[in-house]
Design a protein around this ligand. Structure first.
Ligand code: 9YT
Length: 136
């Protein structure tokens, strides 16, 4: 069984800061669960364009306030504690935090570690075991 505490991730390579957000990565590919799971803080006043072309992501808001806007339809979904959205169609979206938000994020396939968004808001799909070991 795997047991981790948030305080043990802070300041380690499992804490990844991309400016608009900081992601504390509890479970990664190398943990062998088939998904990754992160405690992510979205900083107040930020807007982030995201397109997870290679991953499915579910996001559960547990603190704060904001919205997700779907690029294709313009639909805006308000976010507050108790709201979950799941990008089951690899939707391009904007994520905005009116007040700092804390999210529990689950990725399938799992992230390997240090991923940050590229210029298109995408995480690379890393399937090679060599790269997985290098990233861990
Ligand atoms: C909600 C969202 O996608 N935020 C960006 C960071 C990402 N969830 C991560 O790597 O934890």
């Amino acid at each position: 069984m795997i047991v981790k505490k948030l305080e043990d991730l802070i300041g380690t390579p499992a804490e990844v800061d991309d400016g608009n957000w900081v992601s504390r990565r509890f479970l990664l590919k190398q943990d062998g669960m088939g998904f990754s799971m992160h405690d992510t803080v979205i900083r107040e006043g930020t807007e982030t364009f995201i397109w997870y072309a290679n991953h499915l992501e579910a996001v559960y808001c547990i603190e704060g306030e904001g919205e997700v806007e779907l690029v294709e339809t313009g639909e805006k979904i308000p976010l507050s504690p108790g709201t979950l959205y799941a990008l089951n169609g690899n939707e391009k979206h904007y994520l905005r935090a009116r007040k700092t938000m804390r999210m529990v994020c689950v990725f399938n396939p799992p992230l390997t570690g240090r991923e940050v968004h590229d210029e298109n808001g995408i995480y690379p799909l890393i399937e090679d075991d060599e790269e997985t070991r290098a990233a861990s």
